[in-house]
Design a protein around this ligand. Sequence first.
Ligand code: PLP
Length: 421
Amino acid sequence: MAETSLSTKFVHAGERLSAPAGVPAATPIYASSSFVYERVEDIDRIVEGETSGFVYSRYGNPTVAAFESAMAELEGGSFAYAFGSGMAAIHASLLACELSPGSVILASKDLYGSTFELLQTVFGTFDVKTLTEDFNNIAALRAKAYEVRPSVMLCETLSNPLLKVCDIAEIAEIAQEISARLIVDNTFATPYLCRPLQHGADFVVHSATKYLGGHADATGGIVIGKEEFDKPALLGALTLAGGVLSPWEAHSLLRGIKTLGLRMERQCGNAERLATRLRSLPQISEVIYPKFFNSDQKGTLASTFGEQGFGAIITIRLLDDTREAAYGFLNSLNLCTRAASVGDLFTGIVHPATATHRELSPRKREEIGITEGLIRISVGIEDIEDIYADIEQALNTSICCRSGKFSSPVASPHFPAMNVF
Ligand code: PLP
């Protein structure tokens, strides 16, 4: 090739060297939107699907593909596609079910608020109707499913924030009987506790932003499919709607899942110990944690989670079941973070009535048990004694504040008060 000018060298120098010998021990970040080949026919063959390879990152990227491959293996699926957020993943999984005007989605009444909004607003606009049912009442669910004949059934393995555990196998049986597709959001349980495809679900979705990433530094989502025949529809939803995951985020998520087993083991163990101790605090009227389920629910728990534990989220109801008491408590915490997320390696505490379920009317919230004094604790990997001590002091401090005419709650110098939504 002829000698090029300096301005051309600025553009091309050092790029597209041959790949180094040896496979990198950790997947590199392929921060490239497109991929270059010797001959244009090579690109043709890849686009035609005759050979594998990457052409354009919206259609596939090696770092993202590594994350997808890891998640397909962890959930026991035949393929996985990654998205820019959990909501994008849920949206795509629904598109892959080929809904059309008049179709019905039968959703758990305990769904995450934004998922419910997605169904009602985005899908509702296209005349797809969403109906809800209690997915923990199998008899009622079967009756409703036979009555309304949904195309899709959608639930969460572990509900937010009331921690109801779904019997995925029983729900999948109903879905199969009426030829509905079953989508399970496994964000809170993770494959450490449950692998819904093994129980008969068609798709598993995750907000990878939560436990999969685990470090509060990446936003992403993933859909894992059980059957190969669903792959083209999901790939279409990914590449045409275009909500792809960036290779930078994929790298963080890949690193996150390497410690998922360790984190979950520690976080579930911490949660079990903390939940037991919180039960003895007089300022708390109820500690919701799957370990304390009654004997009926214990069967569901065993069939869904097996022996792996009870999860790492605890929900408490304050004896003084008011927003004032809840805010007083939250603002008195020094160590636990007021973070609008779950599944991070630090303990994060949220007020569901004004965060995850903010968009519901107060009456609707009351109806489903989300009262003003309800608090969700996502237990981290810290020394649980420190977390217990922080919660205990915050309960005592906020009660003192209140009995002293409730001066405005004191924000910690290290963790200033923030809006949680
Ligand atoms: N599913 C569940 C159970 C969630 O809690 C969330 C977010 O909180 C989502 C999905 C949406 O995930 P993302 O925020 O990554 O879009």
